[in-house]
Design a protein around this ligand. Sequence first.
Ligand code: NDP
Ligand code: 8X3
Length: 250
Amino acid sequence: MEKNVLITGATSGIGKATAIRLSKEGFNLILCGRRTQRLESLKNQLSSFTEIYTLNFDVRNQADIKNAIKSLPEKFQHIDVLINNAGNAHGLDLIQEGNTDDWDAMLDINVKGLLYMSKAILPEMVSRGNGHVINIGSTAGKEVYPKGNVYCASKHAVDAINQGMRMDLNGTGVKVGAINPGLVETEFSDVRFKGDQEKANKVYQGYKALQAEDIADIIWFVISRPYHVNIADLMVMCTAQASSTLVDKN
Ligand code: NDP
Ligand code: 8X3
């Protein structure tokens, strides 16, 4: 049977690059995001390579997720691979100066959104005795950096959930693993700095950051291993980066 892969956050960055990569590797794709126009144009771009279905919802809304998954046509109802990728940082502030709306967004999207998606899809994987969940964490889930406070907390939560999922699903046939990138040049910093392009561009200046396509390559590698091989927890940084706070910029 052809494999169906569901990607959250497919309208941009890592999710979009993964959709493009996997479309050329024989996977059928369910592409999710809030920006409908971007979903439709990606569907048009990739439909000559594979079958694409788009779903438009906010991962914060559990009811919308459930309805979206229920609405899938029969062909797409078995989801072989769930890529929990949707997420962002909102702000980069000292904890005492942080914006509570930003905190809510990061915890609701990066943590609860990932949980709601998993809750909507895991029971079907378990009943089939087969499936693969890939959680996109971050180096920010492995170490904390100044002003990263709540974003780092959200990604530490993803790290914990990834471990917990792997334990709870042990014996069900469902594989679980995380990919934890360092700095990747996407719209991530535009979102973090609320459209301040100058600040966003600065993050990637003076060195070669990871590109979204680099992570897409890794995701392809992870999902194309034989069934008995599970990449449980992978960390990747660009060569110029040694830790969240040590980047060789010249
Ligand atoms: P982008 O900003 O380029 O993409 C973020 C994606 O998430 C978009 O497709 C966006 O879609 C989706 N998204 C955000 N909020 C919601 C929401 N409420 N509901 C549904 N979808 C949402 O960033 P990246 O590609 O860089 O980020 C993807 C993942 O990678 C995130 O989890 C991020 O934390 C992680 N990551 C990123 C790193 C980086 O340096 N870039 C490093 C390590 C991890 P839309 O707005 O259309 O809904
Ligand atoms: C994204 C990378 O360093 O901005 O998770 O936290 S970083």
